[in-house]
Design a protein around this ligand. Structure first.
Ligand SMILES: C[S@@+](CC[C@H](N)C(=O)[O-])C[C@H]1O[C@@H](n2cnc3c(N)ncnc32)[C@H](O)[C@@H]1O
Length: 359
């Protein structure tokens, strides 16, 4: 492979030096990932399969599965001790298997001992400010790239979002007796453009106040294009339930990404994201994906700082919706903050809601 890459690179060199370098680097990188021989290529494929199957069963706590993991770990460890088996592949196999075994144990422990995140006030308190970073946030719309920006986001917007979410969730739970509605059901949360997960953290805090045990939150789906913000959200929420992360933009979602349990009560959180519709993503396409993927009872919690129009447009695409509450105004705190929100419920069933009703 390496030689082949080199030959192609030399052949292309006189005419297109840039391309030849790229081809050379490609073959060099590919080769360094694949290994030295066809056997190793096969082994790497097998290793990937092993990892995939472990990941798939990552929270299998059965004794049989645990024993299988331990047995395989031991086998790879033994293999790796033999000089003739000390190949790059067997090392990869051993290390990745061990890492996944550890992760599996960790996940099982979390599953057996779930917790709500600490209150949002406490989370926000820990953040430092740096005014020089403020402009990089692009009024909160930027896809954040580093920890300093994450801290600055919390400092600049955390307090305001926290207070606004309190207003919204208070109003939601004034109008919704979640304990009656959800006697034997689970709750799922989908947080669109979740950033560091403020909307979900706050909702979990409220559910805790309403005596919804954390075991009832069966899944939280976090959608966010900033990898570092998404990881931060996971770190706040990982002790709560199954977390599904989608590190992508809303336009890149497919229907399957949004899969939920039909019988769960779903809370869809749009915290300071619908304002960005039209410019950053297509609102109508997003509603189609939601309508194609959801069944049963769904609450949509849509909060905005600027634009009621976008919230209303989003809501208009859902046929058979039931308005829970809408608001457009200011609320008094230490500051007068503008707050706009629409909360509505849709019970998707087979006969309604999936038709596209023209706006
Ligand atoms: C104003 S922040 C809101 C974050 C969070 N929901 C909150 O209330 O703190 C907007 C978020 O949208 C994300 N974002 C930017 N472009 C996006 C896109 N095309 N699709 C989805 N999210 C996007 C940003 O990374 C950022 O986290």
């Amino acid at each position: 492979m390496f030689i082949f890459g080199l030959i192609i690179a030399i052949a292309l060199a006189p005419s297109t030096f840039g391309i030849s370098i790229i081809v050379f680097i490609y073959f060099w990188i590919t080769e360094s990932h694949i290994g030295d021989s066809d056997d190793e290529k096969f082994d790497v494929k097998t290793t990937k399969k092993v990892i995939k199957s472990i990941k798939k069963q990552a929270t299998d706590s059965s004794k049989k599965f645990q024993e299988k993991l331990e047995r395989l770990n031991k086998q790879y460890e033994e293999d790796f001790k033999k000089p003739e088996k000390q190949t790059k592949t067997s090392k990869i196999k051993y290390i990745s298997h061990k890492a996944h075994t550890e992760k599996n144990k960790e996940l099982i422990e979390l599953k057996n001992n779930p917790q709500y995140p600490e209150s949002l006030d406490k989370t926000i308190e820990n953040n430092k400010h740096n005014y020089d970073l403020w402009y990089e946030l692009d009024r909160g719309k930027a896809v954040l790239q580093n920890n300093k920006q994450l801290q600055q986001y919390f400092f600049s917007y955390g307090n305001m979002h926290n207070k606004k979410l309190s207003v919204v969730y208070n109003r939601l739970f004034d109008n919704l007796d979640i304990n009656t509605l959800c006697k034997n059901c689970n709750v799922e949360i989908i947080d669109y453009g979740c950033g560091q997960g403020i909307g979900s953290i706050k909702l979990l805090n409220y559910l805790q106040e309403k005596n919804i045990p954390v075991e009832k939150i069966s899944q939280i789906t976090l959608i966010e294009p900033s990898e570092i913000a998404l990881n931060k959200a996971v770190s706040f929420l990982e002790k709560t339930s199954n977390i599904k992360t989608l590190n992508k933009k809303l336009d890149d979602l497919n229907d399957d990404d949004l899969n939920t349990n039909n019988s769960a009560i779903k809370f869809h959180i749009f915290s300071n994201i619908l304002d960005m519709g039209t410019t950053y993503f297509n609102i109508k396409n997003l509603t189609s994906k939601i309508k194609n993927s959801q069944k049963g009872i769904n609450y949509f919690i849509c909060i905005s700082a600027l634009d009621k129009e976008k919230l209303d447009l989003f809501m208009s695409y859902f046929y058979g919706k039931e308005n829970v509450i809408e608001f457009d105004g200011e609320f008094k705190n230490d500051k007068n903050w503008k707050i706009i929100f629409n909360i509505f419920k849709v019970n998707f069933n087979n006969s309604t809601n999936n038709d596209d009703i023209p706006f």
